[in-house]
Design a protein around this ligand. Sequence first.
Ligand SMILES: *Cc1c(COP(=O)(O)O)cnc(C)c1O
Length: 370
Amino acid sequence: MNVPMLDLAAEYRDLEAELSGAIGKVFASGRFILGPEVEALEREVAGYLGVAHAVAVASGTDALHLALRAAGIGPGDDVVTPSFTFIAAAEAVSHAGARVVFADIDPATYNLDPAAFEAAITPATRAVIAVHLFGQTADLAAISAICARRGLRLIEDCAQAIGADFDGRRAGAWGALGCFSFYPTKNLGAYGDAGMVVTNDPGLADSVRMLRHHGSRTAYRHEVIGYNSRLDELQAAILRVKLKRLERWNARRREHAALYRRLLAGAPFGLPAEHRRGAHVYHQFTVRAPMRDALRDQLAARGVASAIYYPLPVHWQPVYGAEPGKLSLPASEQAAREVLSLPIYPQLTEAQVRRVCEALAAAAAQARVR
Ligand SMILES: *Cc1c(COP(=O)(O)O)cnc(C)c1O
């Protein structure tokens, strides 16, 4: 029995009839960019998250970039962000013309360490991008308190955490702006690129709306230099079909995580820690193993897929020019050496989870993980 990282074809088989109806309606309407499906999706996502405004954009990366610009962040400003994550948050800061200041993570949760965030604040710091990595929010109470005390904007990167919450408030509803990705492999995925910015501030929502459409509020009147970052009706129609299943799918991911935990208890791997102040949506189930690369090869030989998110911390990426040793973020650097993400997705079966764990046990023996 082979186990892939993800099975989007199986998901499609379950939804085929409903999706065909939804996209057929769009084809027949003749409206393809920013129409009724996008507006309905914005209303539904805002309702689901408990926020006042949602603005659909072309990708999660654009969501971050437009959020920063709407917040007025640009040249001369510093923005703090964790280094152990996907590059998009740092990239968005650079595109906005601001300087990225990398801070270290809490090694237990892989999320921004509030103390490291506070220590990274400079006189030029205007904002922090808190990334909710692998499906669990960062410590939003501590990070929000620092932002309030130091007069900084909190922007949330919720690309991996749609539906997660902290103290009963959902990811995206804590910050000045929350940014989502609907990249196909995310917990809520489109059939192409898509993203969204959410906020409770009508002024910020208005700015993002203007920026996504060439800096224009009214047709052919352009107030700022904006972008073409609109969402199309087909993706919105597809996302609306899937949004109805999101709660059930996230619950299923939690069930798989619980089974992994049970089966891997006592195994020589570090299991992902939960902060226990809200739901984890298990975008990834990530273990730690000192002999990670050997383990991964052994798993592959047994037909079990696994993935490394992320092999190189962002402060070590060639584009950020920091050769190892220049800036030291030990928790991020160690995580990059040790993490291994196992298959977790709603359509995974209990038998497949068991197969992964058997393969892990055999692989660990072979790789001589102590
Ligand atoms: C996927 C992802 C993004 C970027 O989203 P895109 O839609 O691919 O542009 C940003 N941040 C994190 C943490 C992600 O996982």
